[in-house]
Ligand binder design. Structure first.
Ligand SMILES: O=C(CO)[C@H](O)[C@H](O)COP(=O)(O)O
Ligand SMILES: [Co+2]
Length: 216
């Protein structure tokens, strides 16, 4: 079963609680939270205080995507704020294996993220230690960008590696996911689809989620 994770990056922040309840009612599986620090990516968004405020609003797992330098420094704060998944960029971690162990030491699911230009080889050594691989299908930093087609073979590559090893790891894709691109990703092996603008730019979120689901 493919999961849909609306990214609140494209939500109306002045009524964030309603925006989250709306997608939960509409059949979302996770809430995707994009954390940006203005260093790792050229944009600044939200931090642990926002995650803490969101936690009581929804029963859905909070999928926290850290686009920040030196993520270790903030992991405990995001755990305390209520994150269920914490994903860190391979490109931002000096000691990736250590960071993953640190996330898991709190009983939280750990994921690794690859930018479009980063090869899959970078995560081979940690596959047995993670719960999720997140493949960026845009360059991180902004919502509403165009899907990068050249990431599709990487999704397949990750799926094959996971299957070869008999592991139970979610494959999430993030960026430019919409009714045109979703099935390309699930056919390649993705089972979690992050969608920001494709859901939040529509008045009817249930319809927007169903439009994606019915293509799969
Ligand atoms: O991580 C992200 C950007 O760095 C966002 O999750 C992503 O861009 C979602 O937005 P959209 O679906 O509009 O592309
Ligand atoms: Co994201």
């Amino acid at each position: 079963m493919v999961k849909i994770a609306p990214s609140i990056l494209s939500a109306n922040f002045s009524k964030l609680a309603d925006e989250i309840k709306d997608v939960e009612k509409a059949g979302a599986d996770y809430i995707h939270i994009d954390v940006m620090d203005g260093h790792f990516v050229p944009n600044i968004t939200m931090g642990p205080l926002v995650v803490e405020a969101i936690r009581p609003i929804t029963k859905l797992p909070l999928d926290v995507h850290l686009m920040i330098e030196n993520p270790d420094q903030f992991i405990e704060s995001f755990v305390k704020a209520g994150a269920d998944y914490i994903t860190v960029h391979v490109e931002a971690c000096k000691h990736l294996h250590r960071t993953i162990q640190y996330i898991r030491s709190f009983g939280v699911k750990a994921g690794v993220v690859l930018n479009p230009a980063t090869p899959v080889e970078m995560i081979k050594h940690v596959l047995k230690d993670i719960d999720m691989v997140l493949l960026m299908t845009v360059n991180p930093g902004f919502g509403g960008q165009r899907f990068i087609m050249s990431v599709l073979p990487k999704i397949k590559q990750v799926k094959e590696l996971i299957d070869q090893e008999g592991l139970n790891i979610e494959i999430e894709v993030d960026g430019g996911i919409n009714p045109e691109t979703a099935k390309l990703c699930t056919d390649a092996g993705a089972n979690v689809l992050v969608a920001g603008s494709a859901i939040y730019n529509h008045e009817d979120r249930k319809k927007a989620i169903n439009e994606i689901r019915k293509t799969l």
